[in-house]
Design a protein around this ligand. Structure first.
Ligand code: PXP
Length: 244
């Protein structure tokens, strides 16, 4: 059964739109967990545009599944993670003014700072995952750093399949094949395989059916539906779409 990590960044986006106290990220996390989420993910961005340090602190006290903090591989963020102690840190690239994370980490070109962040986090008792594109060189470079998990970026796949798969063009097969091959390669190298970015109720099944992928991280599409039908129903429906 593929696990579901629910990314609740956009609950904080709505709150920060008014710099108000609602909606509360802890309430959202509890409802997601009650509906069957296997983990809660938040991205503490350097610009603090949505999730704030206080959200991570309060979630650390309340999340009973698994708290995954996405973050840049900077010394400032490593220091914060070691203080706030999520169960897992997912290292992601961050670009100023990007609307959302645009691509995976370039582990091949930046192995030095990434290796040092991995070492410090693991020594501090925080598990580490690297968010990478489904590219064999990035998979190999991640394995070479001894990281236990990778999260494959499904953005290109999702963009190739914005509606239902039977309406998608030839890019869908190409992008799905990259994810399948990167999953198999990463698994052969002994890493746990996760995936996420841009996944929706309509396109998730082809990815959740890949046997090597143990967990998906999904945010925007669940929160979008939750804003209309409620968090518990939105999470339950995503689990169903994944084949629960
Ligand atoms: N995984 C990573 C590493 C991300 O940065 C994001 C977006 O914050 C997601 C998964 C979830 O993407 P989405 O919100 O498009 O589902």
């Amino acid at each position: 059964m593929t696990k579901l990590g629910v990314n609740i960044d956009h609950i904080a986006t709505i709150r920060q739109a008014r710099k108000a106290i609602e909606p509360d990220t802890v309430a959202a996390a509890i409802l997601a967990e009650l509906a069957g989420a296997d983990g809660i993910t938040v991205h503490l961005r350097s610009d603090r545009r949505h999730i704030q340090d206080a959200d991570v602190r309060r979630l650390r006290e309340t999340v009973t599944t698994r708290l995954n903090m996405e973050m840049a591989a900077t010394s400032e963020m490593v220091r914060i993670a070691l203080k706030l102690r999520p169960d897992q840190s997912t290292l992601v690239p961050e670009r100023e003014n990007e609307i959302t994370t645009e691509g995976g980490l370039n582990v091949v070109a930046n192995s030095g700072p990434i290796a040092s962040a991995i070492r410090d986090l693991i020594m501090g008792g925080v598990q580490v995952s690297l968010f990478i594109d489904p590219d064999p060189d990035q998979v190999d470079a991640s394995a070479d750093l001894g990281v236990p998990m990778i999260e494959l970026n499904t953005r290109a796949y999702s963009e190739a399949c914005p509606k239902s798969p039977d309406l998608a063009g030839p890019d869908l097969e190409r992008e799905l094949t990259k994810i399948v091959q990167a999953s198999e390669r990463g698994r052969q190298k002994g890493m746990k395989i996760l995936a996420g970015h841009g996944l929706t109720y309509r396109n998730v099944r082809l990815v959740s059916d890949i046997p090597e992928i143990e967990e998906l991280n999904i945010g925007h599409n669940i929160i979008a539906r939750a804003s209309l039908v409620g968090m518990e129903r939105a999470v339950r429906e995503m689990l169903q779409a994944m084949g629960d």
